[in-house]
Design a protein around this ligand. Structure first.
Ligand code: CA
Length: 271
């Protein structure tokens, strides 16, 4: 029996026929801890095939995510303009709209540079993959991926996002010469000017700049950016990143390709 100094019990045990004292867990009175109150992440699925859409949605809901489903470019963009989800899973070919997904990605990037976008397409040519990444997608998966693999990639992306937000993990503001990285805001500045990077690009710059001069090979960069892609894709990410720095500073040469080895950040403090 409980002693008098225990917290108040709302359900009684008065010795009548309604004794429940040995099964308190069946009474819905467990105090919920504060850290359990976390909003489920919303994943938008843009896919014109209803069966596939439902499949992805069911797999994601089983992982605790909320999903929104869109069949066309217009539906998706109307939805995103009202409210951006936490992640977008994007098919390329939509009904009557062969490159509809590319258009959606382009427009999403005007709404937000950082919302994670993953292309999930049956198309697997280098041209499609590179086009997708050029438009600022964070990842490009083909539809032969298994559902468990897909959800694993998504949760890895979210984990990485959370890790970056945890102040104890690393410095919040990283200054390296002319470069400044604000980890909490995913903001990168070069010579005081903002460089708009996608999350994947942000992670790659972060990984390189943390230790200027150290060469990171492609595997290390993939690990740091939580992406699994081939060499050509990494090359295309790096190209795109460089282009964004060059756009704010034509003299930019901070990302150095070390032929056959990988990439390194060059510190320009001396300039
Ligand atoms: Ca399609």
């Amino acid at each position: 029996m409980n002693s008098d100094c225990d917290p108040p019990q709302v359900y009684g045990s008065r010795g009548d026929g309604l004794r429940l004292s040995h099964q308190p867990s069946t009474i819905n009175h467990q105090p919920s801890t504060i850290n359990q109150i976390q909003m489920p992440k919303i994943i938008a699925i843009v896919e014109d095939e209803p069966a596939l859409r439902e499949n992805y949605s069911a797999a994601l809901r089983a992982q605790g995510y909320h999903t929104q489903m869109f069949a066309t470019r217009k539906e998706a963009l109307d939805g995103f303009r009202k409210r951006l989800p936490d992640l977008i899973l994007l098919d390329i070919g939509l009904t009557g709209d062969a490159d509809g997904g590319f258009e959606v990605c382009r427009e999403v990037r005007m709404l937000s540079v950082t919302v994670p976008v993953i292309f999930l397409s049956a198309r697997d040519t280098d041209l499609d993959i590179i086009s997708g990444l050029r438009l600022g997608a964070d990842d490009y998966l083909t539809k032969d991926i298994s559902l468990p693999h897909l959800t694993a990639r998504i949760s890895a992306l979210f984990r990485r996002l959370e890790a970056l937000k945890t102040p104890s993990v690393q410095e919040n503001i990283i200054e390296r010469g002319l470069l400044s990285i604000d980890v909490n805001r995913y903001a990168v500045r070069w010579r005081g000017r903002t460089v708009d990077l996608t999350l994947t690009e942000f992670w790659m710059v972060h990984a390189l700049a943390l230790h200027p001069g150290h060469v990171k090979n492609r595997e290390q960069l993939m690990r740091d950016a939580q992406i699994v892609v081939d060499d050509a894709t990494i090359t295309s990410h790096v190209k795109r990143m460089r282009g964004k720095f060059v756009a704010v500073d034509p003299q930019f040469t901070g990302i150095d390709t070390v032929y056959g080895m990988g990439y390194r950040w060059l510190d320009h403090t001396a300039e």
